[in-house]
Design a protein around this ligand. Sequence first.
Ligand code: MLT
Length: 241
Amino acid sequence: MVRIDVALVPQEIEARNLNGITAIVIDVLRASTTIACAISNGCDEVIPTTSVEEAVEISRAYARGDYLLCGERKGEKIEGFDLGNSPLEYTADRVAGKKIIITTTNGTGAIRAAKGADDVIVGSFWNISAACDRAVALGRDILIVCAGEGRRFALEDAVCAGMMCERIASMVAVDESDGCVAARRLYASFRDGLEAAVASSEHARYLARIGFGDDVAAAVQADRVGVVPVLREGHIVRRAE
Ligand code: MLT
């Protein structure tokens, strides 16, 4: 029996012992989708950071041609950085072979906060089957962490978490937490209109207003890639198939 829990906001994991847990961290809009895209398009690794200053400091350790400095604040590319946080920017010709040093408002911090788990998988609609398959294969209890928005509940992350719970429950016997039951119910209520549900979220509406509506439409596509980005000693790498 696998216990599945969903942290509907990231602060749920702050005081929690993550020993013996596989964590899947979701930030559908947009960090985990962007990371899945970058890893799928052959970047060397993704280094998640929690501030602009930290990202710049880390970049000093590498030759200029070897990395891209990436991320957003208020959804917009950070001044002087190479890329923002649009998954669609992370094309193979831009990212293949590069280190992606990235800071985002919520997502990269949520990934770092889960580092005490035995395994940390970066999950999204884009890699939902690959992420769930890997989490089940690891055989431990599973905690799905929603990055949320500004430390508040984010609809798009909870719906994706619900879809993950449903997939996992179809593969293995599960003991579901209240967070898991709630996320599954939410997903079930939106199942036939996922794109509209995600587009109706507060952050999606904000992104559309500042010109990133295409990212919102793209982020809801399930199984666009088959990669499993995993955190290893602070760096996100593609798990060897
Ligand atoms: C975040 O980490 O808060 C997001 O990925 C923000 C965004 O770029 O939409």
